[in-house]
Design a protein around this ligand. Structure first.
Ligand code: ZN
Ligand code: ZN
Length: 115
């Protein structure tokens, strides 16, 4: 339910001026009528992203330092998971050889309690 680029499966042309390539992407709301979306080919979609106004671009560097994909660390051994549930399952059985401390136990309770 957001404005975004989403795949176009129909055999229609890119709507960018002077571009005659087949469209690969819709630009618009994915829950709205696709007839109201702009169509873009791969090349134009990439140019759109590459030429975003500076104020719309993510601050350079920050994206690299802080990946958008969140990671969850086992409170006992510190092993990283990109899935909270996988971490909780692991932590339940983890022996915590590396960093096992009393502090870790309360962290496990909060991690597993809300799954
Ligand atoms: Zn195009
Ligand atoms: Zn662990």
């Amino acid at each position: 339910m957001a404005v975004k680029l989403f795949p176009c499966g129909f055999d229609i042309p890119c709507q960018v001026y002077a571009c005659s390539r087949p469209a690969r992407w819709y630009l618009g709301r994915d829950d709205g009528p696709v007839s109201l979306c702009m169509t873009l080919c791969d090349t134009c979609a990439r140019e759109l992203v590459d030429n975003l106004p500076a104020k719309l671009k993510p601050i350079s560097g920050e994206a690299d330092v802080q990946p958008s994909r969140q990671s969850y660390n086992c409170p006992k051994c510190g092993k990283a998971f990109d899935n909270r549930h996988a971490m909780a399952v692991h932590a339940r059985w983890c022996e915590g050889e590396e960093n096992g401390t009393a502090v870790a136990e309360s962290a496990v309770v909060s991690a597993t309690g809300s799954v």
